[in-house]
Design a protein. Structure first.
Length: 320
């Protein structure tokens, strides 16, 4: 009898432990708690992690000038370059690319201004410095148009055009709206053909590219679009296609597209290719003494709930 009582007591204890364990486990999988947060599919594990193993390197200026230069490393080490900066920025650009390897899978040019395409022209002048460029994407029209509407910078367009011609056969490609190129799980969407606007003509001819990463994160590059091109973009491209998690601020954030375009994009993160003087609207006499609209644009992004700004005034920036 004593033996039977011991067996019954042991069985009862085992059932109580099992019941407690099952209740605890059900609590973990059935509801969120501070210890076991609910997992949302597609959301980054870290608030500052966006790209699922890829990296965006936004390079700082080698001069005091505004410029735009991005080196993007995919999760498997493929390289995408956006613009590249001024001729003076070429050494730092090449150094950064070579730190990841000698092959550029895709090079994107937003528009033919020297602070965007100048580093590429220097690279071509230097025989491409041992780099292999697999594909170069751009859209430049006939030279007579630039000669007519932005004659004081038309020579620069021709220089960039001649540099592109130095690429091996089959590498350069004139983009068209709606095309999609793929590099290691990154889909590069061409959202527009250039808008041929007679004022601020070359900036307004910027091609907008959206890079979609395989975890669902979208990164939008606006180049140097001004207000006129921004309004054309808004009318030309469905709002769903402009929506992005990360945006490159148009025209370095100083006077690019209007606020309504950023409202459609609704970014969590903003990338500013702005040196300190531009970031602070310093016209030479200190904070907010210039004629730039950077401070106003900064207030827009705050109102729109953008959570983080990456700015080249702080040096090279890395977004992961």
């Amino acid at each position: 009898m004593k033996l039977l009582k011991k067996i019954l007591m042991a069985s009862l204890c085992s059932l109580m432990v099992l019941s407690t364990s099952m209740t605890s486990f059900a609590g973990v999988i059935g509801k969120s708690s501070s210890k076991y947060p609910k997992v949302v599919m597609g959301a980054p594990a870290d608030a500052d992690t966006y790209l699922n193993g890829a990296e965006i390197h936004m390079l700082s200026s080698s001069t005091k000038s505004q410029m735009m230069s991005f080196v993007i490393k995919t999760k498997n080490g493929k390289i995408i370059v956006v613009d590249g900066g001024l001729p003076q920025d070429e050494p730092h650009l090449v150094e950064t690319i070579k730190s990841f390897g000698n092959e550029v899978s895709a090079w994107i040019l937003s528009h033919p201004h020297s602070d965007h395409g100048g580093a590429f022209t220097k690279l071509a002048e230097n025989g491409f410095e041992g780099l292999q460029i697999d594909a170069f994407y751009y859209n430049i029209r006939e030279q007579a148009w630039y000669d007519k509407y932005e004659s004081y910078r038309a020579d620069m367009v021709n220089t960039i055009r001649n540099s592109i011609a130095k690429l091996p056969a089959g590498v350069s490609h004139m983009t068209s709206k709606g095309e999609v190129y793929y590099v290691d799980g990154v889909a590069i969407h061409v959202l527009n053909d250039p808008y041929w606007i007679e004022s601020n003509s070359i900036n307004n001819s910027s091609v907008v590219f959206r890079l979609d990463f395989d975890n669902g994160t979208r990164v939008l590059f606006l180049g140097d679009m001004g207000p006129a091109a921004g309004e054309r973009l808004k009318a030309d491209v469905p709002a769903s296609e402009l929506k992005a998690d990360i945006v490159q601020m148009a025209h370095h954030g100083q006077y690019g597209v209007n606020k309504d375009v950023y409202e459609l994009i609704a970014p969590k993160v903003a990338m500013w290719n702005a040196p300190e003087w531009l970031w602070d609207n310093d016209g030479g006499s200190g904070y907010n003494t210039g004629n730039y609209k950077t401070l106003e644009v900064r207030s827009w992004m705050e109102e729109l709930g953008t959570k983080k700004n990456f700015v080249i005034k702080d040096g090279d920036q890395t977004i992961k």
